[in-house]
Design a protein around this ligand. Structure first.
Ligand SMILES: Cc1cc2nc3c(=O)[nH]c(=O)nc-3n(C[C@H](O)[C@H](O)[C@H](O)COP(=O)(O)O)c2cc1C
Length: 375
C-alpha cells in the first residue's frame, strides 16, 4: 500500500536532485517523515566501541552534511547516525549541477565536493543536539580536508580536536573522488603519518569516552595496493573501516543518460564491488576490526549479505532516494526475519558467517583472485 510518506518521497523525486535532497532534509528537521522505533528487534542489538547500537542500520555520510536533521534520522528507526563530511572551514563545493539521478539504474552520480557549513557551526549544532537530552544514540562524524588546503593532515588534526569530545566515532574520509585533497592519503607514507598523528591526538585528549577512529576507503583500489593500506590501518590501531565510498568506475550495465557525468557513482551498481571488497577486507583483517558495509544496499537481503560478508554495521544513502524514508525501518524488520530464518540468535553470530562456511569461502577466494583454480 502506498503511504503518505511514500507519496511524499515520490513527489521529491520530481524535484531536481539537489533541491529534492534539501526538501527531504528540511522535512526531517521539521518533524515530518515516519516515526519508527530503532529497538524493536532485540536480536539486532550489539555493543561496539563501548557503545550500544540497538540496530545496525543507518544513513551514510553525505546525507546530513551539516548535522541539521539528527533527530529526524533517528525517528526513521536508524540505529546510529553519521553526519558530515565536514571540513575545517565552510566551503561551497563544486559548481552546479553536481548531483545526478540515474533512475533506470537505481543509482546516482555526485561531484558535490564537500559543500558544508564548516567545523565551528556544525560542532555547535551537534553540541546543541547533545544538550537536548535525548537518550544516548551513537553519533558518528565524517571528516574531510578543505579542497584548497595546503596541509590536509593538519585539517584532519583540527577536526579530530574539535569533534572528539562530541562524537562516538570519527570517520577519516580518505576516499572522496570529488575534491582536490580527497584521495591524497590513499598512499602508504602519507596515510601512516596521518593515522599516527590522529590516534595520538585522540588518545592525548584525556576524554572519559574517546570516540572510535574509523577510516573510509575507496572501491577503486587494486587488491595489492589495498592490502598495503590495510596493514597500515591495522598497525595504527584504527578501530573500524568503512567499506566503501562512491566509485569512479562506470559499469557497462549503466543505461541512464547521465551515466557519463564526472563524479562518484553510488547505488545498486556499486553493490557487487563494495560487497566483494568487504569480503576481502574482512579476510585480510581476520575479522578483528569492526567494519561498516556501505554501497548499493536497497533492502534487508542486501544488508544481510553485507553482514554475512563481515560488516557489523551497514549504511545506505542512494536507495533512500528511490525507496523513500520508510526504507530504514523496513530493512531493520527484514534483517531480523533473515537472521531468525537462518537460526542466528544474534546479529553478532551472523557477522562474517559466510567466511565460516568452507564451501562459500572457496567461492570467495576464487572471485577475489580470478587466477585461483575454480571451486
Ligand atoms: C550525494 C552524496 C554525497 C556524499 N557525500 C559523502 C561525504 O561527504 N562523505 C563520505 O564519506 N561519503 C559521502 N558519500 C558516499 C556515501 O556515504 C556512500 O559511501 C556511497 O553513496 C555508497 O552508498 P549508497 O550506494 O548506499 O549510496 C556521498 C554520497 C552521495 C550520493
Amino acid at each position: 500500500m502506498t503511504g503518505l510518506y511514500d507519496i511524499g518521497a515520490i513527489a521529491l523525486t520530481l524535484l531536481p536532485p539537489e533541491r529534492g535532497h534539501q526538501a527531504a532534509l528540511w522535512g526531517l528537521s521539521h518533524g515530518l517523515g515516519p516515526s519508527e522505533r530503532a529497538d524493536r528487534h532485540p536480536s539486532l542489538a550489539q555493543t561496539l566501541w563501548g557503545r550500544s547500537f540497538t540496530n545496525p542500520v543507518a544513513i551514510s555520510a553525505g546525507f546530513d552534511k551539516n548535522a541539521v536533521a539528527i533527530s529526524g534520522a533517528r525517528r526513521l528507526g536508524a540505529g546510529f547516525a553519521e553526519v558530515g563530511g565536514i571540513t575545517p572551514r565552510a566551503q561551497p563545493g563544486n559548481p552546479r549541477p553536481r548531483l545526478f539521478r540515474l533512475t533506470a539504474d537505481r543509482a546516482a552520480i555526485n561531484r558535490l565536493g564537500f559543500n558544508n557549513h564548516g567545523a565551528e557551526a556544525i560542532a555547535r549544532r551537534i553540541a546543541d543536539y547533545r544538550a537536548g537530552g535525548e537518550d544516548p544514540w551513537p553519533l558518528g562524524v565524517n571528516l574531510a580536508a578543505n579542497s584548497d588546503s595546503s596541509d590536509p593532515a593538519n585539517d584532519f588534526e583540527q577536526l579530530v580536536d574539535t569533534f572528539a569530545p562530541l562524537a562516538d566515532f570519527l570517520t577519516i574520509d580518505i576516499s572522496c573522488p570529488n575534491s582536490a585533497n580527497g584521495l591524497v592519503f590513499l598512499s602508504p607514507g602519507p596515510l601512516e603519518d596521518l593515522l599516527g598523528r590522529l590516534t595520538a591526538l585522540r588518545d592525548g585528549k584525556g576524554l572519559a569516552s574517546p570516540p572510535a577512529l574509523l577510516v573510509k576507503i575507496a572501491p577503486d583500489i587494486e587488491d595489492e595496493a589495498l592490502d598495503v593500506l590495510l596493514d597500515i590501518i591495522v598497525a595504527a590501531g584504527i578501530d573500524g573501516i568503512t567499506v566503501c565510498n562512491t566509485t569512479t568506475a562506470r559499469p557497462d550495465t549503466l543505461v541512464s543518460p547521465d551515466r557519463t557525468q564526472r563524479g562518484g557513482l553510488s547505488g545498486k551498481p556499486l553493490f557487487a564491488r563494495s560487497t566483494e571488497m568487504l569480503h576481502h577486507v574482512y579476510q585480510v583483517t581476520g575479522g578483528k576490526v569492526p567494519l561498516i558495509g556501505v554501497g548499493g544496499i536497497s533492502d534487508g537481503a542486501d544488508a544481510y549479505a553485507k553482514i554475512r560478508a563481515g560488516a557489523s554495521l551497514v549504511q545506505l544513502y542512494t536507495a533512500l532516494v528511490y525507496e523513500g524514508p520508510g526504507l530504514v525501518a523496513r530493512i531493520q524488520n527484514e534483517l531480523a526475519a533473515l537472521l531468525a530464518a537462518d537460526g542466528f540468535a544474534t546479529l553478532q553470530d551472523a557477522v562474517g558467517s559466510e567466511h565460516r562456511s568452507s564451501q562459500v569461502s572457496t567461492k570467495i577466494t576464487h572471485r577475489m583472485n580470478p587466477k585461483a583454480p575454480p571451486p
